[in-house]
Design a protein around this ligand. Structure first.
Ligand code: FES
Length: 149
């Protein structure tokens, strides 16, 4: 089971730091940070994005589209607990929605869904949104020129 330590990195142990992390965060943040949704690497996605955030951490998103709906989506990150929560939220927000709707999501939407983020971690929401946009744009590029995939 993944654990999130105070510094915000995923670890396989770290029970002692989980209790410290619980203090002062919204239930929404804790739910997404401690039991993130849609974690994983997708093989042969229709769209893929893997940018590096301003802090140097990375996120990867792969998605599958059926019709015009995002049918499946998965993310991984080597970033902090805030980034894990942001990746979880952004993937749950767009699963089952249209590609166009996914492009409308803003970092403020992620921050609001998590009940706020510390100002020094708002860039984690930007990384999640940037990764989603790259994956959607990759899908749109592949759809318009499938021979290039
Ligand atoms: Fe690097 Fe959160 S601190 S993405």
């Amino acid at each position: 089971m993944l654990r999130i330590n105070v510094a915000g990195k995923m670890t396989k142990t770290g029970k002692e730091t989980e209790d410290q992390t619980r203090a002062g965060y919204s239930p929404e943040f804790l739910a997404h940070a401690l039991t993130p949704q849609n974690v994983g690497l997708m093989s042969d996605p229709d769209g893929y994005g893997a940018p590096q955030g301003e802090c140097g951490d990375m996120m990867e998103i792969g998605l599958r589209v059926r019709g015009d709906l995002i049918d499946n989506i998965a993310f991984i990150t080597d970033g902090c607990a805030f980034t894990v929560a942001c990746g979880s939220v952004v993937t749950t927000m767009v699963k089952g929605r249209t590609v166009a709707a996914a492009l409308e999501i803003k970092p403020e939407d992620i921050i609001g869904a998590l009940g706020g983020l510390p100002p020094e971690h708002e860039h984690c929401a930007r990384l999640a949104v940037d990764t989603l946009r790259l994956a959607v744009k990759d899908y749109l590029k592949n759809r318009s020129a499938p021979w290039k995939k």
